[in-house]
Design a protein. Structure first.
Length: 151
């Protein structure tokens, strides 16, 4: 049985069709809640972009999911006050529980997650792995612990 190929007049029509299917399936504006390690934060204009990461294994190969989420600066400031953050970079290197709304961003043909709630979980998987590597190297005396002045 041959699959049907949908043909569109242009890119705009194709993306509008995809947006409609997502909306009809209830995926646009879907509420989501998940834990993730924060790897980076950027403030651009009136938006805060929070990058998160998670490792996983697929078909025996280790891979990484990288996701950029969005919050308005005023909403992020409110969350920051509730969390007693000194700056947005205080999120970096820690694991957080995020809650927000999934939406389809047509101009980039991508999903966005608009974050409206952040709660602390603790140390990130990335920081824990770095500590494990450090301790393993230290146990093998594979770390340089002395600085020499060659002058």
């Amino acid at each position: 049985m041959e699959e049907e190929t949908l043909e569109f007049k242009d890119l705009d029509n194709m993306l509008e069709h995809i947006r409609t299917i997502l909306a009809d399936a209830g995926l646009n504006n879907l509420r989501v809640k998940f834990p993730a390690d924060v790897t980076n934060i950027n403030v651009r204009g009136s938006y805060v972009y929070i990058n998160v990461s998670q490792d996983y294994v697929e078909r025996g190969t280790k891979r990484r999911i990288d996701l950029s989420m969005i919050s308005g600066t005023s909403a992020f400031a409110r969350m920051g006050r509730q969390l007693a953050l000194k700056s947005s970079s205080d999120l970096k290197g820690k694991k957080w529980l995020f809650e927000g709304t999934l939406s389809f961003y047509k101009p980039r043909a991508s999903f966005s997650i608009w974050i409206d709630t952040i709660a602390p979980i603790g140390e990130s998987d990335i920081a824990a792995r770095r500590r494990e590597i450090y301790l393993a190297l230290k146990a093998r005396n594979a770390l340089r612990t002395e600085e020499h002045d060659l002058a």
